[in-house]
Design a protein around this ligand. Structure first.
Ligand code: GCU
Length: 341
């Protein structure tokens, strides 16, 4: 026989369950209503990178976000964390692989440790000029390299122009390779960048981009190398008064999506993201040209002397590096690139 106490307990439990069920149903309905007011569930993508907000690459990604919001009717948008807020490029690549961020924009230099094929961009004077470089990137080889990170969890979306890299120094200009003698030059976290500076006679010092300003100021390094917009937007030009346009490498920037997260997106969202990235890459090339000219004029106005040294002695000095890398797994890629007309 069921006691009175037990039946009170059963009624109490049933009432409690009923109330909880109603409250849950109400909550779900409220959430649904909120979502449909906004035109469906909102997907927020997290993108981290190391450049300044004035940098043309950042501005191109802001444009990509605008396009994506337009295409998706506001249901997909990107939260962009610039200026190394979420860590160095290497740290962002690792976060991308773990899936703790959805997207990152990185130079291909630190990608070398994850995707060995990327080393090809670090071989100095492999590209004859800007036209040759874009012919390669816009063609079959560029596509292959964009996809080469998939095995290590990185889905390539597009390239951004990062121009050509050249040396800048605090005290004395680099007009010929021997001027690098014993100079400590900051390089990216990349084997090819280390080898290049060593081959030219300098002392390569790998360091995160975000630490470089203070290191230049404090004399930890004597110089570095980069493209004009990066030289200017980082204010390295306040410390380094000599900029020698020897244009040794063309190391592009790449926009990557976490492979794991990419596979979780619907084909429709994947298409919107890819289209927005492609359009931003085209826009970025225009922004780049403009900003490069502006940056060169601005640093000159700030008292930086710009030199245009003869590139031949630099190109000749790095020939041993070409021979060394021709024997590695990027040898075939180097050969194919040099054959692109
Ligand atoms: C370029 C590139 C950056 C990179 C930087 C560097 O500015 O666009 O992605 O971090 O070089 O030298 O580290």
């Amino acid at each position: 026989m069921i006691s009175k106490g037990a039946s009170f307990f059963a009624v109490g439990l049933a009432t409690g369950l009923l109330i909880a069920t109603c409250a849950f149903a109400l909550l779900v309905r409220t959430q649904d209503a909120r979502q449909s007011d906004a035109g469906g569930a909102v997907t927020v993508l997290k993108l981290a990178h190391g450049l300044d907000e004035q940098h043309p690459v950042h501005r191109a990604m802001v444009y990509m976000n605008e396009l994506l919001q337009e295409k998706s009717g506001g249901t997909v948008h990107i939260d962009i964390y610039p200026s190394g807020q979420l860590g160095s490029e290497t740290e962002c690549i690792e976060q991308l692989q773990r899936g703790s961020i959805d997207m990152t924009k990185t130079s291909t230099a630190p990608l070398e440790s994850f995707t060995p094929e990327m080393a090809v961009f670090g071989v100095p004077y492999l590209f004859r000029d800007e036209e040759h470089f874009w012919k390669v990137l816009d063609g079959e080889i560029g596509d292959e390299l964009l996809r080469s990170g998939e095995a290590s969890g990185m889905h390539g979306l597009c390239y951004y122009d990062a121009g050509a890299r050249s040396f800048y120094t605090v005290d004395r200009p680099i007009l010929k390779p021997s001027d690098l003698d014993r100079l400590k030059i900051r390089v990216q976290e990349s084997d090819t960048a280390m080898t290049m500076v060593e081959t030219l006679g300098g002392q390569p010092t790998p360091m995160e981009f975000g630490e470089l300003f203070t290191s230049l100021q404090q004399g930890v390094v004597d110089g570095a190398e980069n493209n004009p917009p990066s030289f200017h937007t980082t204010r390295h030009s306040e410390v380094c008064k000599h900029y020698s346009l020897d244009e040794h490498t063309r190391v592009p920037d790449m926009l990557l999506f976490s492979q794991e997260k990419w596979q979780q997106l619907s084909p429709q969202v994947q298409q919107w993201v890819q289209e927005a990235a492609d359009a931003s890459s085209i826009r970025q090339r225009e922004l780049w040209k403009q900003k490069t000219a502006e940056s060169l004029a601005a640093v000159e106005a700030e008292g930086v002397t710009i030199y245009r040294p003869d590139k031949t002695p630099f190109a000749e000095a790095v020939q041993p590096m070409h021979a060394q890398y021709a024997g590695t797994q990027i040898g075939e890629l180097m050969r194919r690139i040099s054959e692109v007309e």
